[in-house]
Design a protein. Sequence first.
Length: 258
Amino acid sequence: MSASRVAAQINDPDSVLAAIETRFACRAFDRNRPIDREVVKEILRVASRAASGTNTQPWKVYVLEGQPRDDLVAEVLAADDAVSDDPNLVPAYRDDPDFYPSEWVSPYIDRKRQNGWSLYGLLGIARGEKDKMRAQRQRNYHFFDAPVGLIFTMDRVMGRGSFLDYGMFMQNIMLLARAHGLHTCPQAAWNYYGKVILPFLDAGPHETVVCGMALGYADQQKIVNTLQTPREPLEVFTRWVESSGERIVTGHQLGERP
C-alpha cells in the first residue's frame, strides 16, 4: 500500500488504521454524555469475533452504568482507602496477586517509570507529593468519570493462552469504540480488588477478575488526554530470520535485555 493511501486511511474515521492510530488510554471522560446501550451491545457483539484458541471464547463482561456503576466505585474506593491506611489489609481484598511481575527488570521498569512520570509531570505532580499521586491513582476507581464501566472476568480453570485470547477481544472493543467516536482506558487497577468486585457482581466462585475498562466520550478539554506514550521503533522489537539460516538483528535480539 502506498504512503499516500495509508495517510488517506488514517484520516478516514471509519478505517482500521485510523482506529489504531487514534486510540489512547483516555483518563478523562465526559460523564454527562451517556452512551446508547445498543451501541455498547454492538461493540461487544462484534468484538466477540476475536480469535481464541480452539474457539474457547474465555471472556465474560459485566457492564456497569448509572447507580450500579456508582455503587461499585464507592465500594472499591473505600477498600482502596483502607489499604492505603493499612497495607496489611491487601490480602483481604486482592483475589489474584500476580497480574504484574514480582520483580521488575529493564527495559520494562524503565518504560513503566517513564510512563508514570510523564503522566505526573503533565498534571503538575512532583516527586514526593503522595497525596496528589494517590488522588490520581484513585481516578481509576471512578472509571475516569466514564459513564460506562466494563469489568472482565474469566474462569479460573483457563490457562495463560486464554489471556492472549482475552487481549485480542479487548483490543477489538477499543478499536470498535473508536469507530463509534468513543474512547476507552483499559485498567489493570481493578484487578487489585477482586474480593470486593466479584461479590458485588454476583460472579460465580469460578470467576476471577482480568481487568476493567472505562468507555465513553473523551473530555477533550482535560490536559491529561494530551499524553502521548512513546513506542519503540520496529528495529528494537523485530529481527528477520533469513532462509539461509543467518539472522539479521537490528537492535537487541528478542528476549535479550539490552
